[in-house]
Design a protein around this ligand. Sequence first.
Ligand code: ZN
Length: 178
Amino acid sequence: MSVRPIHLLGSPVLRTRAEDVDGIDDELRELIKDLTDTMYADDGLGLAANQIGVARQVAVVGSENEPPLILINPRIVESDGNEKEEEGCLSLPDLFAEVARPSKIVVETMDMDGNTVRIEADGIKARAIQHEMDHLNAVLFIDHLSPLKRHMLLKKWKKLRKGKEGYLKHLTPAAAER
Ligand code: ZN
């Protein structure tokens, strides 16, 4: 198990569009394992590779009773509906806001055998997939907000980060056990 530090708002990699993955290899398997471990260590619903400093098109979305959903070079091919729900992000801890997104999506992604597969999702799963795919495209949930709401959140962020240096959040074993 390898839990990696999480990049917070201000880290350039969060504003770097992730590059497509060519194929499945050991390095990618390790990246997915680390993503999954780090997501669970920080109680996240999902985690994109940029968030642990790797600008590649890979993300994981957690699920209560099944293994995490793995997204590799994901593309949304269909979307329908619109729903506004509260979102947060491991890269912007303690900030929350309502974000409107399509409520149902169909995503094409590569599976661990290198095949393209289609995944249908709705509800919180659809929301988490779209949030993580945003990360891969260098977009954060605050980018979906009105300028006023966004300004308010960034003001709160500055307050929260006051006196803190850098933009890495190191997860301690205690945090991982929480
Ligand atoms: Zn996020």
